[in-house]
Design a protein around this ligand. Structure first.
Ligand code: PLP
Length: 219
């Protein structure tokens, strides 16, 4: 199977309200260009340095999504161009993104990562921490970030019931906080679902899927 045919197949199965992020981490620019030639414009990377190298080399109409865990001291390297940061999990990180966005005179869209899995290795806020963050004075003062949604990763398991339970939980949190809308908190995007579980994620309300290996092959 080619990257082009993988992409076409996946796109043909996605509802029109679901956005596809092609997760290209560890893959060479030639692979990304193949996806680009096939019409793909949104790419997801999990390392800032790798994403920046690819951004420099590739066409400028690509939207770059940071899907990995972000270290505060590295935000500055992507602040000029990043389109959406999926893994925001603290006020401190949000404040740094706000500060760096201000330097570039822009507003950076972010998703807050919510912890839904039963795995210690995964990151994210729980529901209380989310409520606390968005109701804080510090959050209300940030003008150069905009939280446009939530992101979550289900437990790595074959147990479909468990994955479904975790996605449904995230969708419920999403619906609960959505009405709290302010100028910098306007939820439209629910980023959940990867190669192994995106059909289930969509059935549970996902509007953005992050798919890597089903497009580019195993890493
Ligand atoms: C790598 C990665 C993906 C894509 O995983 P695949 O199983 O290859 O589709 C999605 N989301 C995040 C956060 C990732 O790190």
């Amino acid at each position: 199977m080619s990257i082009q045919s993988n992409l076409q197949h996946i796109k043909s199965t996605l509802p029109s309200n679901v956005t596809l992020v092609a997760v290209s981490k560890t893959k060479p620019v030639s692979d990304l260009m193949e996806a680009y030639e096939a019409g793909q414009r949104i790419f997801g990377e999990n390392k800032i340095q790798e994403m920046t190298e690819k951004w420099e080399l590739m066409p400028k109409d690509i939207q770059w999504h940071m899907i990995g865990h972000v270290q505060t001291n590295k935000v500055k390297y992507m602040a000029e161009y990043v389109n959406l940061i999926h893994g925001v999990d603290s006020l401190k990180l949000l404040q740094e993104i706000d500060k760096q966005a201000q330097k570039h005179n822009r507003v950076i869209d972010c998703l807050l990562q919510i912890y839904i899995a039963e795995e210690e290795t995964k990151f994210g806020l729980d529901e209380n921490e989310l409520q606390e963050l968005i109701s804080s004075e510090a959050f209300k003062q940030m003008k150069n970030i905009k939280v446009i949604g939530l992101m979550g990763m289900a437990t790595f398991t074959d147990n479909q019931d468990q994955i479904k339970k975790e996605f449904t939980h995230l969708k419920a949190i999403f619906e609960k906080v959505k009405p709290l809308s302010t100028f910098n908190f306007q939820l439209s995007t629910l980023s959940m679902g990867m190669s192994g579980d995106y059909h289930l994620a969509i059935a549970c309300g996902s509007t953005m899927v992050r798919i890597g290996s089903s497009i580019f092959g195993i890493r």
